[in-house]
Design a protein around this ligand. Structure first.
Ligand code: HEC
Length: 142
């Protein structure tokens, strides 16, 4: 075989395998990218109840708010500082005489109001259970 023929063959083989490698690389990259897109969607696709959830992977119900959230938005204004004589959150001395009257008595005041305590605090749209959970949150551990 002449040197030039051999060189040409070698070059052809090299180019051919190079192209194969590039092809493999591209399809590999495609697979990885598809996987990433899938994973991002699984975490990032959140559907609030009431919205069109056709494409949703994870469904998050706009259900009851957490006790802490209700406390923060509806009760903390008075119950963190003790404003207007409100019993302070987590303060045993403030709460013990009240707790002694029973949890239902606390729930009733929270729901119906009394003196400086407005009915349902600052959350008139909260359900009974949500208000009760906020009461539980305030006296937790006492
Ligand atoms: C505007 C101020 C204010 C806000 C807002 C407020 N409270 Fe009160 N709360 C008071 C005051 C003042 C008292 C003391 C009333 C009394 O004993 O006469 C009180 C008392 C209470 C008591 C004790 C009731 C009892 O029978 O001794 C509970 C339980 C309570 N609040 C729950 C809540 C919850 C739950 C929220 C939020 C959803 C809330 N409060 C928001 C002012 C407030």
């Amino acid at each position: 075989m002449k040197y030039t023929t051999m060189a040409r063959r070698l070059a052809t083989i090299t180019i051919a395998s190079f192209i194969t490698l590039i092809g493999a690389g591209v399809s590999q990259a495609g697979t990885i990218e598809d996987g990433i897109v899938e994973r991002i969607q699984a975490v990032g696709t959140v559907c609030i109840a009431g919205e069109d959830c056709a494409k949703a992977v994870v469904v998050v119900a706009a259900g009851p708010k957490s006790a802490k959230d209700i406390y923060q938005s509806g009760c903390a204004a008075c119950h963190s500082s003790g404003a207007a004589g409100a019993p302070k959150i987590g303060n045993a001395a403030d709460w013990e005489p009240r707790i002694a009257l029973g949890i239902d008595s606390l729930y009733a005041t929270a729901l119906n109001g009394r003196g400086g305590m407005p009915a349902r605090g600052l959350c008139p749209s909260c359900s009974d259970d949500e208000i009760k959970s906020a009461v539980d949150h305030m006296i937790e551990g006492l």
